[in-house]
Every structure is written in C-alpha cells, then in structure tokens.
Ligand binder design. Structure first.
Ligand SMILES: [Zn+2]
Length: 233
C-alpha cells in the first residue's frame, strides 16, 4: 500500500484525524476531503482546514449544503437541540444516508485525483444507530463504487471495530495522541480539544480517553487540562 495514493474523509474530529495519521503512515501520498454541509459551527471546517495545512496535506472542501435541505437536524438547524436517541431511537443529529452521499463523492474525487484508496473513520462499535456506519454498508458501497466507475477502489475503515479508548490507543501508537487531543474538534458545541464536556460527543470522547489513560496507569485531569497534563507513564 505504501506506494499508493489515498484520500481521507476528514472532518477535523478525533476519529478522522486519527485516520489521517494512519493513512500518512500507510500510503505514500495522502489527500483529505471535507464536506461542508452547513454545520452548526463553521469552526469544524476551519479546524479541518488548519490541521490539513499544518500537516501539509492537500485538502479538498466540497460544498454539500444540499444535505441541510434534505434533512433538517440538530447539526445543521440551530433550532433543534442535540440529544441522545430516546428509547433506542436515533439521535437528533442523524442525517439519513449521509455517509452514502459523502463516500460516493469521496469515490468520485478519488477517481479524479488518481487515488485508489479511500479512508474513513466510521465505526460500528460506537455507531449510535447510524446504519451507514456499518461494515456491511461500507463493503457494499465499495463494490458499488467499483461497478459505477469501473474502478479498483479499496475503502479502508481502520476504526471499524475499535471503541473510543482504542481509537485513543491507535493515535498514541501513531505518536499523535497529544496532537489529536489538542487540535481536533468533536464537540457539538463547537469547542476544540476537550470540548464542552457536556454534549454526547464530548462525553464519549472523554470516557474513551479516561479508559485508555487509566489502562496505562495515568489519570486525565477533570478540568479538561491540556495534553501535557495527561499523566502517562
Ligand atoms: Zn461538547
């Protein structure tokens, strides 16, 4: 794989940034694609832009604002509060078929830039009910993309079977835990690094970090201290 080119579906969050580092480790050439779909905080796209620039990765930003027309939801409509799904239902951030659209566009872009590999940070472990995060869907779309464009694409999902603590572990193995912790944006309230600490995304991210750091015998400071303050042995 080393000699080949990959495009990473990149949001500037913990998962996709970890995937970006994973791809940089595994492919000779890496580009990133971010979908701008009127996120609650344009900061998310800005964050992605900053990271790509800092890492010297060519960055494509595609306008996907039509998503907002198709599915008003908590990520794009500030009138809807972000909440967990009730009674096993989907969370209010759910945009039906979002990854179907995103990965299809990523495939078309991959074709245009001559990349055989497409990398995404979807995970079935913490998938919170999103059916298009599932492994079966990704494999099915991989076949569809190849049929659609007569291609030999390979979609990689390095996080598919990892929980959040294992995602932190992977970033640590790549030597990038501090970078991921301080530079990425996962928070629904648009706060970088450790975030607001209250929203579902922050709680999941933090729980994973505490589990991973705890496993290594360290502790995470409760006030959302900086990466340097994470006590790792
Ligand atoms: Zn938050």
């Amino acid at each position: 794989m080393k000699q080949e080119k990959a495009v990473v579906v990149f949001s500037g969050g913990q998962d996709s940034t970890t995937c970006l580092f994973w791809a940089m480790e595994n492919f000779s050439e890496v580009e990133a694609v971010t979908f701008d779909y009127g996120q609650r905080h344009a900061l998310e796209v800005e964050c992605a832009k900053d990271i790509a620039e800092e890492l010297g990765v060519k960055h494509h930003i595609l306008d996907m604002s039509l998503i907002g027309q198709l599915a008003p939801n908590a990520l794009t409509d500030t009138g809807i509060e972000v909440a967990d799904g009730e009674d096993g239902g989907l969370p209010s951030t759910f945009v039906p078929g979002r990854n179907l659209l995103f990965f299809s566009f990523a495939g078309i872009l991959a074709r245009q830039i001559g990349a055989k590999h497409i990398v995404t940070g979807v995970s079935e472990t913490d998938f919170s009910g999103y059916p298009d995060c599932r492994d079966a869907f990704v494999k099915s779309l991989n076949v569809t993309l190849n049929l659609a464009m007569d291609g030999q694409f390979v979609i990689h999902t390095p996080l598919m079977w990892l929980d959040k603590s294992q995602v932190w572990e992977l970033s640590d193995q790549l030597g990038k835990l501090d970078y991921v912790r301080t530079k990425t944006l996962t928070c629904y309230n648009g706060i970088q690094a450790d975030g607001c600490g209250e929203c579902p995304a922050c709680r999941l991210r933090r729980k994973g970090l505490e589990t991973y750091v705890g496993k290594k015998g360290g502790t995470v400071l409760p006030d959302g201290g900086s990466a340097e303050e994470v006590a790792l042995p």
